[in-house]
Design a protein around this ligand. Structure first.
Ligand code: ADP
Ligand code: MG
Length: 406
């Protein structure tokens, strides 16, 4: 059986007209000889009646301290409504369709409620229904524990469901349908002439996703990559080719012409930089280690870490800044706090081994009078911290300097 996993995001299913477009994509896949297995997100975004954020707001108004296990029972509802609606739409067109919850589809997770990880997929029921010619619609973003408690998978969880099913079914491909034509050289909401990429490597899309491009969740990319299942990012509302995600030239399977050193620019807004001049505390033994450990102990996730003999610099999300500062102050440190920053990253497999990329980036930003607060680089990514008010300008400056729109 030639399985094709098709995942549709919240904006793809939020009106009857859009659900018709979704149905068309599914029926087309069937007509082309594939066995589609469909994954859906909840209908719409915050404010829409059945969106997950709306359900969350509702229950918070009843009890803001609901245990995570109970939360998951509620948060799983959005995808159930959406999935049943999609199955009903297909039935209306004369196709046999069946909706399955994550648990019914055989998605087993750990019991880390609200942010569970998939540990196993048992697609028995999907195989059975598919063999009978029934189109299976699976609720994204959810699973169940080994003892049948409902769990949800955290942000971007439907992408993860799709990738995990793709692996379990050994699918021909996993198609992630969304409201843009594919993976673009930057967020099209910020860069007007952002261009859709035809191909991208798993590694590059993973970097882009980790560094803020929310078009696909990095966990989903990692899962698909392990078994080399082709991933495609496509638009529900057009017939554009979309973006193909492959292993790329890195392991020799697909040759990707790299005429550009940068593939895309991405960003994470609303972060705070914390800087501790450890040389000011000669009486403290291994201050660097103590500082990093204290953040981990307090459950504060930190990013953009630069450790030097006499200074430790890192960033936290703006909303946890007060807690981070409190932990540091209690330890006797007096951090230099720079709130309202943004991390802008340039990603490209083509930059490996090319000298002067960091210099070019600094040149592009300084030419626009953008102050760089911190930088770091790896073989495929360069990270820059700038003030939040400079973020959009920085993204556009880099996009244009590296001619990504051309
Ligand atoms: P869905 O509801 O389909 O899961 P998401 O909102 O999660 O959709 O992801 C799609 C959005 O990601 C697009 O509307 C776009 O604004 C945003 N986005 C950010 N960076 C990029 C990028 N580099 N390429 C494409 N889209 C991007
Ligand atoms: Mg998404």
């Amino acid at each position: 059986m030639k399985y094709l996993v098709q995942k549709f995001g919240g904006t793809s299913v939020n009106s009857p007209e859009r659900r018709e477009q979704v149905a068309k994509k599914i029926i087309n896949a069937k007509n082309e000889g594939y066995t589609p297995v469909v994954v859906v997100s909840a209908i719409g975004r915050q404010g829409d009646p059945y969106a997950t954020d709306t359900l969350l707001k509702f229950i918070e108004s009843v009890n803001p301290d609901l245990p995570p296990r109970e939360m998951d029972n509620l948060m799983a509802c959005g995808e159930i409504i959406s999935g049943v609606t999609m199955a009903a739409t297909l039935e209306k067109h004369g196709y046999k369709a069946a909706f399955l919850t994550g648990g019914q589809a055989g998605i087993i997770t750990d019991d880390n409620f609200t942010d569970a990880h998939i540990i196993e997929v048992n697609p028995k029921r999907i195989h059975k229904l598919s063999n009978e010619g029934v189109i299976v619609i699976v609720a994204g973003f959810q699973g169940e524990t080994a003892d049948q408690l409902v769990t949800t998978l955290g942000r971007g969880g439907s992408d993860t469901t799709a990738a995990a099913l793709g692996v379990a079914l050994n699918a021909e491909a996993v198609d992630i349908y969304t409201d843009v034509d594919g993976i673009m050289t930057a967020d099209p909401r910020i860069v007007e002439n952002a261009k859709t990429l035809e191909v991208i490597t798993y590694n590059e899309i993973c970097q882009l996703a980790h560094e803020g491009a929310k078009v696909i969740h990095p966990r989903a990319v990692e899962i698909a990559m392990q078994k080399n299942i082709p991933l495609r990012i496509k638009c529900t509302f057009s017939d554009a080719m979309g973006t193909l995600v492959t292993a790329g030239a890195e392991n020799g399977s697909v040759e990707i012409k790299k005429d550009k050193i940068i593939t895309g620019i991405t960003h994470i807004p609303n972060v705070t930089q914390l800087k501790i001049l450890t040389s000011d505390y000669p009486e403290v033994d291994s201050p660097q280690l103590k500082i990093l450990k204290s953040m981990a102990l307090a459950g504060i996730s930190i990013d953009f870490i630069n450790v030097h003999p006499d200074v430790v610099i890192y960033t936290v999300k703006d909303n946890v800044e007060p807690k981070a500062v409190e932990v540091l102050t209690n330890m006797g440190f007096n951090p230099i706090v720079t709130p309202n920053c943004a991390k802008v990253s340039a990603v490209g497999a083509g930059m490996a081994g090319v000298p002067g990329v960091m210099a070019s980036i600094m040149e592009a930003l300084t030419a626009m009078d953008i102050k760089i607060l911190q930088t770091a680089d790896s073989h495929s990514t360069i990270w820059c911290l700038v003030k939040q008010e400079d973020m959009e300008k920085a993204i556009r400056a880099l996009h244009s300097y590296f001619a990504l729109g051309e």
